[in-house]
Write a protein that binds this ligand. Structure first.
Ligand code: BES
Ligand code: MN
Ligand code: MN
Length: 482
């Protein structure tokens, strides 16, 4: 798609910083373990103090490596951390780095080989909750800056950090924070490291898209309390039955979501984009094998698997419960049943509009024999970033320098709400440079990141500041707004 220029001659300065990383490797990995031991689970109210300690750990670490104005900001939920080093001069670009320090809950605990917050090093991997998503990547950014600061006392670019503690629960505080603290975030470009490389064989990737998300809880209420299914069956509409009847109407035989208006704003792939997708080295069988499913699902007709995985909307039941789930049998009609459901969204779907469309539609699907309650849980906007952005070529060179292989360009199926928010509020475009392993068990038991990606990624970031530092701020700002 984009042809990648040869890596710039690495200057002596870059080499010195890279050597620093190599020489401090074991010390850095031990420190990463300290960071991963902190149980920064944003979804669990019982972890709130630990989430705060994690934010404070980052503030302290930034102070130690010479990042200025390192600050823990209170928000409506978990703290946001910012800091900066702005002495590269007014001509030099200003780069904003975003990562999140919160992690997903670790359950089911019994499936972890070692407890999730006791990092395990094995087979060239670090296993721990947050190793890939996203504390490991945040840590890599700190170390890359440390390498420059310790060896040169300066950075080639002006740098700002923006670290969030609510990404895994929907990033509710960020829009307000961006509005109220624009002066701490303004930059010529943002670098987000919260995704993955192209494969597990050391092929790096530049992300150019993320899906958005909308998420609801649906609760269906039936009789006042559980009733005997023999006495009442055939007369009382079972709310668990009603729930699945409603949900099963949401997707048609062609794998399309049936909510009226849902596809109105979906931007179709161009022929060029489809060709780019088709050209990616993607092995469907290996993919299915890896996930353990017998075969990929049929999905939305008219789209390839890879397209469906990142460029098309999807619908999922994320959880479903209600009624009797204990041992043996219990013959009841439950009083209620519930489900957590979500859709992944693509440009130009508006998550707020979708939230309402689906809520209204579900309410209309509820039969008069039950009462349905639909609550919005959270949402985030989709994003695509331009591949002709002036930061793409230097970022490609930096990744090639770190990994020894040119990056491929991919759209991710996941969501990172800050990307669209920074563009909408401050006009800042994002380069998505993800370093986690694509099969590294994000959100799942035994999450891991390879030492190779940690090391090559840190070296890439060291190069990135060199590459971007060779540009002028005005040349890095993407020309037009799309
Ligand atoms: N890092 C992920 C998103 C991601 C996954 C990007 C894989 C690229 C590849 C992020 O932490 C995440 O899990 N986001 C949530 C967002 C939601 C809670 C609003 C998601 O995608 O479910
Ligand atoms: Mn993440
Ligand atoms: Mn995540």
């Amino acid at each position: 798609m984009t042809s990648i220029p040869k890596p710039s001659e690495a200057t002596g300065a870059v080499e010195t910083a890279v050597t620093y990383l190599r020489e401090h490797d074991s010390e850095h990995l031990a420190q990463l373990d300290d960071f991963l031991r902190l149980e920064s689970v944003s979804a669990d109210a019982a972890c709130a103090d630990e989430v705060r300690r994690t934010a404070q750990w980052i503030v302290d670490e930034m102070g130690r490596i010479g990042i200025e104005r390192a600050t823990l900001h209170e928000t409506s939920h978990h703290p946001i951390v910012t800091g900066e080093w702005m002495h590269a001069g007014p001509e030099a670009p200003t780069v904003l780095v975003y990562c999140h320090y919160d992690v997903q809950p670790a359950d089911p605990l019994e499936e972890w080989v070692r407890p999730p917050f006791e990092p395990r090093h094995e087979d060239g991997r670090v296993y721990a909750r947050g190793s890939g998503d996203d504390k490991g990547q945040l840590f890599m950014h700190l170390k890359a800056v440390e390498a420059w600061m310790k060896t040169h006392g300066s950075l080639p670019v002006n740098l700002r950090f923006f670290f969030e503690g609510d990404e895994e629960v929907g990033s509710e505080p960020i829009e307000r924070f961006i509005d109220e603290h624009a002066d701490l975030l303004r930059a010529d470009v943002c670098v987000v490291s919260d995704g993955d490389t192209f494969d597990d064989d050391g092929t790096p990737a530049i992300g150019y898209g993320l899906r958005g998300i909308a998420y609801w809880e649906l609760r269906v209420h039936g009789p006042r309390q559980d009733v005997h299914s023999g006495q009442y069956g055939g007369g009382v509409h079972n709310p668990a039955n009603a729930l699945v009847e409603m949900l099963s109407q949401l997707v048609d035989d062609d794998g399309r979501f049936t909510v009226p208006g849902f596809y109105d704003d979906v931007r179709e792939l161009t022929e060029e984009e489809r060709a780019a997708y088709a050209a990616l080295p993607f092995d469907e069988d290996a993919w299915a094998d890896e996930t353990g499913v017998p075969q990929p699902m049929r999905g939305e007709q008219g789209h390839t698997l890879l397209e469906r995985l990142s460029a098309r909307p999807t619908f999922d039941i994320n959880g479903i419960w209600g009624g009797y789930t204990g041992a043996g049998a219990k013959t009841i009609i439950p009083a209620w049943a519930a489900a957590k459901i979500s859709t992944r969204l693509v440009p130009d779907q508006d998550f707020r509009k979708i939230e309402k469309l689906v809520k209204d539609h579900l309410e209309s699907l509820a039969p008069p024999t039950v009462r349905a309650e639909v609550n919005v849980i959270h949402g985030g906007a989709p994003a695509v970033t331009p591949l002709d952005h002036p930061g793409v070529a230097p970022a490609s060179r930096a990744l090639e320098a770190g990994f020894g292989k040119a990056p491929l360009f991919q759209r991710s199926g996941g969501s990172v709400p800050v990307v669209a928010a920074l563009d909408a509020h401050l006009g800042i475009k994002t380069l998505m440079l993800g370093f986690a392993n694509p099969t590294g068990n994000f959100h799942a038991p035994n999450e891991w990141m390879s030492l190779r990606n940690i090391r090559d990624g840190m070296v890439s970031i060291v190069h990135l500041w060199h590459e971007l530092g060779a540009m002028r701020a005005t040349d890095l700002r993407s020309g037009e707004d799309d």
